[in-house]
Design a binder for this molecule. Structure first.
Ligand SMILES: *[C@@H]1O[C@H](CO)[C@@H](O)[C@H](O)[C@H]1NC(C)=O
Ligand SMILES: *[C@@H]1O[C@H](CO)[C@@H](O)[C@H](O)[C@H]1NC(C)=O
Length: 432
């Protein structure tokens, strides 16, 4: 007996040291990433977003480039820099791409084939956002060609001999392509994050899902094709994930049967794109509506004054729809003013931002449906290649920076601050 005991105790002692070391270091890692008490799911209560028992109006932004930059080790610090700077400005949600279909550094290399290296990059983006209490609105595919988009899905189906048509709009109606997309969506939603250990559909860092960036289906101006796709895909997302909010990703144009096509749409063409703001946003599986704001693209001749008047009217009209017809929040998920305009001056962009923020605040004061806005687009210094004519490094221009922060602070004063922001905003908004 003695003999065996003398052997057992040292072994047990050594084993307990191993367990201790494992728990301490495992514990350190999990303090960083697991069970972070600061984040809970954003929910919807009628026309409002609610989190931590408070109504939330989003001051948000777009940085579409996060996943792509996270693939490459040496550009990863840019994501942290952007997220930390945004948190410092009191921003709460970033809209970004959770897709790259068949392009350089693609996440989906071919239908149903994923590059684990790129998936890990997306894991990293989520883990980093969680660290600073920023939530992510993830878009799942592009209507446009950048990063693959619906064109790539159509090409895949065509090349595999299963596609019914070479039309880019067959993305919406071809049964094989619908299956490709559903498979993609399911893989994303059920992905287990390799850094945090949290499955995407269970992760409150994700604000919500956007089905598709700026859908148009011009081959069916009646709108039936896109409507059918929206109903099927939004139900599909909900069948996998009931915790997260869902939106479509519309630009907000009124369709052929809407009286507002004549009074609010920018011009006549906008009713013929196969999309219809009210009808598309109505299904119960769609939690909030989305609208974009690009007066430079939509008008050739208007002056800045004319554009700003349009912007306020465009926004108020959609917020009214949210309050009275849809009874759900409306988010302006992209707004931008081009610096290619003749006689452009950054002060014009300040006025444009202020116009957007003022309409949101007007709605927020009444607890209305104007749920928030997302500037297109922010990036950090040294990323000029990723800029278009709309992008800014917000902290490079004091006046723009101040306008954004003032908006953060007045929203916080109207409805209180969500838990992850409390300490930050106290300092930020004290003198404002
Ligand atoms: C949800 O909305 C109802 C009706 O406006 C309101 O009475 C209730 O307080 C809201 N709940 C939360 C958590 O905001
Ligand atoms: C699909 O879209 C791409 C990109 O805009 C374009 O080059 C191509 O010609 C389109 N295909 C068809 C059949 O219209």
């Amino acid at each position: 007996m003695m003999g065996s005991n003398s052997l057992v105790w040292p072994i047990l002692g050594f084993a307990s040291i191993l367990v201790f070391v494992y728990l301490s270091f495992g514990g350190l890692l999990s303090v960083n990433y697991k069970n972070d008490p600061r984040l809970s799911f954003v929910e919807r209560n009628g026309t409002n977003f609610v989190v931590d028992g408070k109504v939330l109006y989003v001051n948000g932004w777009n940085s579409y480039w996060f996943m792509e930059h996270a693939v490459v080790d040496h550009s990863r610090p840019r994501i942290r820099e952007m997220l930390q700077a945004a948190a410092k400005m009191g921003l709460t949600v970033c809209r970004t791409w959770a897709f790259n279909d068949g392009d350089y550094n693609a996440l989906q290399v071919a239908p149903g084939q994923f590059d684990e290296r790129v998936f890990k990059a997306l894991d990293y983006v989520i883990a980093e956002a969680r660290q600073v209490g920023i939530r992510l609105l993830f878009s799942l595919v592009n209507n446009l060609q950048a990063y693959g988009g619906k064109t790539k899905y159509v090409k895949w189906a065509w090349d595999e001999g299963v596609g019914l048509s070479a039309s880019n709009d067959s993305f919406f109606f071809d049964p094989s392509i619908r299956l490709y997309f559903k498979n993609y969506v399911k893989t994303i939603l059920t992905r287990k994050n390799t850094i945090t250990g949290v499955v995407y559909r269970d992760d409150p860092t994700i604000f919500g899902w956007e089905l598709i960036n700026e859908p148009r289906c011009i081959t069916d101006a009646s709108g039936d094709t896109l409507q059918d796709w929206i109903e099927e895909m939004s139900s599909f997302v909900k069948s996998i994930d009931r915790k997260h909010l869902l939106t479509i990703g519309l630009e907000g144009f009124y369709g052929p049967n809407s009286p507002k096509k004549d009074t609010v749409n920018p011009e006549f063409w906008a009713a013929d794109l196969g999309a219809d703001f009210i009808r598309n946003s109505a299904p119960s599986t769609v939690d909030f509506a989305s609208v974009h704001i690009y007066p430079d693209h939509w008008f050739k001749k208007k002056t800045l004054e004319g554009k700003l008047m349009f912007v306020a009217k465009w926004m108020r009209s959609h917020i009214e729809d949210g309050d009275q017809v849809l009874k759900k929040p409306v988010m302006f998920t992209e707004f931008g003013l081009s610096d290619l305009n003749k006689g452009f001056d950054p002060l014009q962009r300040d006025r444009f931002y202020k116009t957007v923020f003022d309409v949101i605040y007007e709605s927020a004061k009444k607890k209305g449906a104007g749920g928030g806005s997302f500037a297109w687009q922010f990036f950090v210094e040294g990323m000029e290649d990723y800029n278009d004519d709309f992008g800014i490094v917000p902290w490079k221009r004091a006046s723009t920076y101040e306008i954004i922060i003032q908006h953060t602070c007045r929203l916080a004063k109207a409805h209180g601050t969500i838990a992850s922001q409390k300490e930050k905003l106290k300092r930020l908004c004290n003198q404002r």
